[in-house]
Design a protein around this ligand. Structure first.
Ligand SMILES: CC(C)(COP(=O)(O)OP(=O)(O)OC[C@H]1O[C@@H](n2cnc3c(N)ncnc32)[C@H](O)[C@@H]1OP(=O)(O)O)[C@@H](O)C(=O)NCCC(=O)NCCS
Length: 204
């Protein structure tokens, strides 16, 4: 069966679509140059996109989906639905970014991106994972808690645009038991989302 979604490493060709999602998701989005730098910094930086295939991309909800259907003379090859990034350094997997396009939220794709980054981190011998999240971003915190991240600190005035605090969240250890749970969650998501995996490097 043709996959509805594909997880794969981000390339420089993806940057324009990624920037669009970034701009509607964050008050201080990354620049195209930052993405280029991160994509080329393959040793430590791992960026992933999830793309929605053909007809599935056209099934986008809301006005944007309607406009796409009216404009289209045929289904697009794919549409980037979300992306994420992590830095893997000395046993630490630092989630640097994660976002899903508004029309695609609430379907499990944010969870898929996070689980995939953690699975790849485990394959590459990460021992724990950390991230910063806005104190007010309860949606993202719920996602991280689902993957057993706990608040381990608070960085006062961390966000330069408005001085909001960041919560520092961490999950450890990323051990065999955690890998088994991740694999089970990824298997459930595969049933639900029918995705192809060109990113995690996990054996299936
Ligand atoms: C955070 C984000 C990536 C989640 O993506 P998503 O695809 O909508 O999330 P999913 O559908 O995979 O949901 C996974 C889990 O996230 C949490 N979650 C998602 N939407 C939620 C909501 N509206 N309210 C509360 N929790 C929510 C839940 O724990 C959910 O698990 P559940 O389905 O078992 O309840 C997305 O909301 C987003 O792009 N936000 C803007 C960017 C951002 O804040 N990034 C995080 C920066 S630290």
């Amino acid at each position: 069966m043709t996959p509805s979604y594909t997880l794969r490493p981000m390339t420089t060709d993806d940057i324009p679509q990624v920037l669009q999602i970034d701009h509607v998701s964050f008050t201080t989005p990354w620049s195209a140059r930052t993405y280029e730098f991160e994509i080329n910094n393959r040793d430590s930086s791992h960026l992933v996109v999830v793309e929605a295939a053909g007809a599935n991309a056209l099934r986008t909800d809301g006005w944007r989906g309607l406009a796409a259907r009216l404009r289209s003379s045929g289904p697009p090859a794919f549409e980037i639905a979300g992306y994420g990034g992590c830095w893997l350094i000395a046993g630490e997997a630092h989630i640097s970014t994660i976002a899903v396009a508004p029309d695609f939220r609430g379907r499990g794709l944010g969870e898929l991106l996070l689980a995939a980054m953690l699975r790849r981190s485990l394959s590459l011998a990460s021992e724990y994972s950390v991230l910063e999240v806005r104190a007010s971003n309860l949606t993202a915190q719920a996602l991280y808690q689902k993957y057993h991240y706990q608040v381990v600190g608070r960085r006062r005035g961390y966000y330069r645009d408005d001085g909001e605090d960041a919560l520092l969240m961490e999950v450890r250890p990323l051990n065999d038991a955690y890998r088994r749970e991740l694999d089970a969650r990824l298997a459930e998501l595969r049933e639900r989302l029918n995705y192809a995996d060109l990113f995690t490097g996990a054996e299936r």
